[in-house]
Design a protein around this ligand. Structure first.
Ligand code: EPZ
Length: 418
């Protein structure tokens, strides 16, 4: 198992290009199941989660090939409707095959995802949404078993709470359902809007793109997808936050500035100078970090996937910060590890209170999930001494070669196998 060895403190200086978004490519890969033929998706990040989803699709009978960030998925000859436990337990997003399989094959058997490091993550909305489209959905022996032998029927469904995954899953089912569907209180994350636009380009009839109400007129079939993945706003936010935590100046190319707005606002509150150039963004931090009050919300609110990285900055701020995660109130496993690095953090009822400290000190820390581990790496670049971050496989799921990219910005970081 790999670990990162990081020597701090180091200021960061330099520029990077942002890759395609993990959370946008996964639903697109599932959507390829809706058509017969070869879908082509460009700007695909070569991440473990992408490789993993390819394994799931190949288990269903698809043929996948990822080369030079171009992904080809041939779904002409699917021969299964099952996503087994041994695959799904490793990646929750595997549940995205439920809607497309049900729509295309009239049945789907998908393992329930199981536990998550940052608390309960039910999938009841995915199941209820499929029922609203006329499917019989049961849980049997740890599997979601969904059937619609006569095909899906248009229906009406309201998501509560707003759910990225359930919106994508139910929408993918609705596009091939007979008749009209009305989906309310949908997620409007850029990754969801990308899926909606890709389905429309493939022949789906959807009104309300970018709004919380999607009106879908079912069609008989879709063309294979032909799309390019949007830039990863969370990867971009992480590298901008790296400049905030360590100090220095980081320029990113190939970002969607509109998608970054909620993150940029908080970085400015932290005392960073953020400037826009073309499709680029620069974050510069020279002075002292300022305390912030952050509350995560569905897009266009502040993303829960960036709260850990902001906590690493707040740990060094000149005052008391508060971070409330309204989406995952228990998503604070990184707090205890940051306390090991000398931070002063208390978590209570979904809110972390962070009393800023002058300096962090190096210590061995343990990664627990994707964003928590990225935040620990950022904190380690500012900590005095040599920090070991263990279990970095979590990071490889969502960041391409983070150690090389941070080293290119001047960080003293190496990957070592245990
Ligand atoms: C997506 O997860 C992202 N994952 C997550 O990013 C992200 O944290 C999350 O959206 C919120 O933005 C991917 O895109 C692969 P949700 P998802 O359904 O779809 C509740 C990362 O770091 N809920 O929007 O699983 C749920 O408990 C990952 O890249 C139900 O109650 O999240 C949560 O409180 C981590 N019932 C809220 O909705 C359901 O059936 C939002 O979850 C589904 C969700």
């Amino acid at each position: 198992m790999d670990r990162f060895v990081i020597q701090g403190p180091t200021r960061l200086e330099g520029q990077l290009a942002v890759g395609g978004a993990k959370n946008a490519v996964l639903p697109l890969m599932a959507a390829a199941l809706l058509s017969r033929g070869e879908s082509v998706i460009d700007n695909v990040p070569d991440l473990q989660d992408v490789r993993f989803f390819m394994t799931i699709l190949e288990g269903l009978g698809a043929r996948c090939q990822l080369e030079f960030n171009r992904l080809r998925i041939d779904t002409t000859d699917l021969d299964s409707h099952e996503a087994p436990y041994d695959l799904v337990r490793k990646m929750r997003a595997s549940i995205y095959v439920l809607g497309p399989l049900l729509a295309r094959r009239g049945e789907a058997r998908v393992s329930l995802p199981g536990g998550c490091a940052f608390g309960p993550r039910p999938v009841d909305l995915h199941q209820k949404g499929m029922r609203a489209l006329g499917a019989a959905v049961d849980e049997e022996h740890g599997y979601i078993v969904a059937r619609a032998p006569g095909g899906l029927q248009g229906g009406r469904f309201r998501f509560d709470p707003v759910s990225v995954g359930a919106t994508c899953n139910v929408l993918m089912a609705a596009v091939l359902a007979r008749g009209e569907s009305r989906l309310e209180n949908c997620a409007i994350e850029p990754e969801v809007t990308q899926l909606v636009a890709a389905l429309v380009r493939a022949g789906a009839r959807i009104e309300g793109v970018g709004t919380r109400t999607l009106q879908v007129q079912g069609v008989d079939s879709l063309k294979p997808l032909d799309d390019a993945v949007i830039p990863d706003r969370i990867e971009a936010g992480t590298y901008l936050a790296a400049a905030a935590v360590a100090g220095g100046r980081v320029h990113l190319e190939g970002v969607r500035q509109d998608h970054m707005a909620p993150v940029v606002a908080v970085l400015r509150d932290l005392g960073c100078d953020i400037s826009e150039q073309g499709d680029g963004l620069t974050c510069e931090r020279r002075g002292k970090l300022q305390p912030v009050r952050v509350e995560t919300q569905p897009y266009p609110g502040f993303p829960t996937d960036m709260q850990a990285q902001v906590m690493a900055a707040a740990a060094l701020a000149d005052g008391v910060s508060f971070i409330t995660d309204t989406i995952y109130p228990d998503r604070f496993t990184h707090a205890a590890e940051m306390v090991r690095l000398g931070a002063n953090i208390e978590v209570k009822n979904g809110t972390a209170t962070i009393i800023g400290t002058e300096r962090l000190q190096a210590a061995p820390v343990m990664a627990s999930d994707l964003r928590a581990s990225a935040a620990l790496v950022l904190a380690a670049t500012a900590a005095h001494g040599i920090t070991e971050v263990r279990r970095v496989y979590h990071i490889d799921r969502g960041y391409q070669s983070i150690e090389e990219r941070l080293a290119a910005l001047g960080a003293r970081i190496t990957r070592q196998s245990e």
